[in-house]
Design a protein around this ligand. Structure first.
Ligand code: PSV
Ligand code: MN
Length: 429
């Protein structure tokens, strides 16, 4: 097994941070004892938390205006895996990656799996890309993929998805996320009705290609790249399609795919009750699908989402939710953004574990709005970073991952071998 970051480096760093961590942890332990919360129980749950890193997230992102590549950027899936292994060696919460096809296509998927296995990296849900033309340019998805009026284009889009499943099978994945950019830029451009019908029809063909132990996750989005209407625009449409397809079809909630001020935590609760919540794409946003770092703009929203998840899990209402990050890192070193984002997600999860749900239920049913709100706010306001840091330490990872990462000079080192392609193209990868 290779280590992207040497164990000795992590251990040496941890030595200099351990006594401060012990001090903070013991203080929090006493503080939580006052509310009869056992910090060790929380820490054990936190140690098991996992969220997948998007392979496309380790490359510098961009907008439709420009992309400003960083130094030592990964140029192919193998180099992306190396960067993901650095992240996981430092934090341990990201043992799997979520690949995107055809972006991550290789000749030999078994070889890729062996390579990743060696780094201790596995493969989570795979993603299919039919929002740009297929690799062989045999068909165009300019006017849609799974919902295109041309049956040849639809068949090609189905084939791209089926290939993604086949690749994922070799990699050990158990799921496929389907997001299509299909929609219209002008009123009248497409028939709302016929395009949805075609989507369901195409999805049925993809669904029938799924192995029995796989899940297909349907991802909705209200706009972009289509700016007037999208075919799978909201969670209701996504739910109807998942229901129509069958038990292996679930809905995926990308935090950026909602109109402003949408109550995302309520959507999460609804999908849980409808038994159709299958996964997340975590990110944050200010205005639209900004793909900013998780928890960087609205950490309370992230906490409220985990509050729904933890309450549902304590009532045995959910299992097997796929947690993935989906971000575009335009001005930061993606490795640093992903380290902080994953920790921010774990942080929100840890805070949700502090909520006393039986007290909250009583308070809600007693119509005590102030107390109910305070129960959540109190948990949210507790600094759980010593729990998360101790979980990382006990899992063999870094107490202060950004600090450790910066001493590696990793990207400078990589830039000697990885040569960025010239020019500044736009786009997300
Ligand atoms: C679309 O905006 C999306 O959220 C889908 O999940 C894509 O697969 C991903 O972004 C690409 O970054
Ligand atoms: Mn997404």
């Amino acid at each position: 097994m290779f280590k992207a970051v040497k164990k000795e480096v992590i251990d040496q760093h941890n030595q200099s941070h351990k006594s401060d961590l012990d001090f903070d942890f013991e203080y929090l332990e006493k503080k939580l004892q006052q509310s009869q919360i056992d910090i060790h129980k929380i820490k054990e749950q936190v140690k098991k938390f996992q969220v997948a890193v998007p392979t496309w997230g380790v490359g510098t992102g961009g907008t439709r205006f420009a992309r400003f590549p960083g130094i030592g950027e990964p140029q192919n899936i193998y180099e992306k895996i190396e960067d993901c292994a650095v992240i996981n060696d430092l934090i341990g919460f990201t043992q799997k990656v979520s690949p995107h096809f055809p972006w991550d296509n290789v000749e030999d998927f078994s070889e890729l799996k062996n390579f990743s296995d060696n780094y201790g990296i596995g493969f989570d849900v795979v993603n299919s890309n039919t929002f740009q033309d297929p690799d062989d340019s045999s068909e165009s998805f300019k006017y849609g993929s799974l919902t295109n009026a041309s049956s040849a284009a639809r068949d090609k889009a189905i084939e791209v998805n089926q290939k993604a499943i086949d690749n994922g099978k070799i990699l050990g994945s158990k799921g496929l996320t389907v997001w299509i950019g299909d929609g219209g830029n002008f009123p009248g451009q497409i028939s709302f009705s016929r395009s949805l019908e075609r989507y369901i029809d195409s999805m049925k063909k993809i669904y029938s290609h799924l192995p029995k132990d796989w899940t297909v996750l349907l991802e909705h989005k209200p706009y972009e790249p289509a700016f007037y209407s999208t075919v799978i625009s909201d969670w209701g449409t996504s739910y109807i399609c998942a229901k129509e397809l069958g038990d292996q079809a679930m809905c995926l909630v990308d935090l950026g795919h909602h109109l402003p001020n949408t109550n995302i935590e309520m959507i999460v609760s609804r999908l849980i009750d409808l038994k159709k919540l299958g996964g997340f794409h975590f990110n944050d946003s200010k205005f639209g699908d900004d793909d900013l770092d998780a928890g960087s703009i609205n950490p309370y929203e992230l906490f409220l989402i985990f509050n729904e998840l933890t309450a549902a899990s304590q009532n045995n209402k959910i299992s097997n939710i796929s947690y993935m990050i989906d971000q575009s890192h335009n001005v930061t070193d993606p490795i640093e953004s992903l380290i902080l984002s994953a920790n921010e997600i774990v942080n929100s999860y840890a805070k949700s574990l502090l909520v006393n749900y039986s007290l909250l239920e009583k308070s809600q049913d007693g119509n005590d709005a102030i107390q109910s709100m305070q129960i959540l706010k109190t948990a949210f306001n507790i600094d759980v970073s010593p729990i998360v840091a101790m979980a990382r330490f006990e899992n063999g990872n870094s107490i202060n991952p950004i600090n450790t990462y910066r001493t590696l000079d990793y990207k400078n080192d990589k830039s000697l071998k990885r040569k960025n392609k010239s020019g500044s193209s736009s786009g997300i990868v």
